[in-house]
Write a protein that binds this ligand. Structure first.
Ligand code: TYC
Length: 97
């Protein structure tokens, strides 16, 4: 019983799970738009945003940030809304860390 209470307490004190948000490459979204998204949604500096965009362009995907579930979900949604509004097929995905 003591063990059970202790383990419940230690579970309650765990940090929340974290989720990585990636942008995926495609052939149609402009490099400038991806850089804008990285600056506006993920708060990257212009230089960081260019580096991440080029990594995605060359390797297929790139890490944009690590967040709790709801924040990661909101970032993915913001990317998809902005992309749709500008008629780009840009996709974001989240993965548990
Ligand atoms: N591959 C795109 C191009 O050549 C640029 C691009 C980079 C698109 C990153 C999406 O997540 C992306 N215009």
């Amino acid at each position: 019983m003591a063990t059970k209470v202790e383990s419940q307490e230690s579970t309650a004190l765990q940090e929340p799970k974290l989720y990585k948000v990636f942008l995926l490459n495609d052939d149609y979204t402009t490099m400038d738009f991806v850089v804008d998204v990285l600056c506006e949604v993920f708060h990257k500096s212009y230089e960081e945003a260019v580096n991440i965009m080029l990594k995605i362009h060359k390797e297929g995907k790139g890490l944009c940030g690590v967040y709790t579930y709801e924040i990661a979900e909101t970032k993915v949604d913001q990317v998809h809304r902005l992309a749709r509004a500008h008629e780009f097929p840009l996709k974001a995905v989240m993965e548990e860390e």
